[in-house]
Design a protein around this ligand. Structure first.
Ligand SMILES: [Zn+2]
Length: 157
């Protein structure tokens, strides 16, 4: 068996050439494979006019859409939170009608005296970051919070 070695065109390390791989000029390290892809793309751009045009136009499309990307995202996000707030107001109003004795600003879940003191009620919460940059980067996360009252010693493992 004839083992052929070659220097990687990116990192310069010797690697074993595999005959099955066409133009095996790069070793298998991730960095070098990325470099190989970039080089392939560069050569392709230079040699293939259609490919070049495609790449250019898709980049153009992207930058056409991109300048307002985060702006639009924030606006969308704001509309979403506004809509939710509106829905909740509506639900609260309906609850107020159903139970006439309930005050109109009754919170979503009924609080007993204890959880009023704790200020946290078991249930699902939407976790929304306060920083505007984070709001743009991540979607709201739904978390479930369970409060364990001191009386329930057998709760959980
Ligand atoms: Zn390499």
């Amino acid at each position: 068996m004839n083992i052929k070695k070659r220097r990687c065109r990116h990192c310069g390390r010797l690697f074993i050439v595999c005959n099955k791989v066409k133009k095996h000029d790069y070793c298998k390290r991730e960095k070098c494979q990325l470099a190989r892809k970039r080089m392939w793309q560069k050569e392709k751009m230079e040699s293939d006019q259609t490919y070049h045009e495609d790449q250019k136009s898709s980049q153009q499309d992207w930058s056409d859409n991109n300048p307002d990307y985060w702006k639009q995202y924030r606006q969308k996000n704001k509309r979403y939170t506004d809509a939710n707030r509106e829905k909740q107001r509506y639900r609260n109003a309906r609850r107020g009608k159903k139970a006439q004795e309930s005050p109109p600003h009754e919170p979503i879940a009924k609080m007993d005296a204890l959880s009023k003191q704790n200020a946290v009620i078991s249930g699902k919460y939407r976790l929304v970051p306060l920083e505007p940059e984070l709001i743009a980067k991540m979607d709201a996360i739904i978390v479930e919070i369970k409060t364990i009252s001191p009386g329930y010693t057998n709760f959980g493992p």
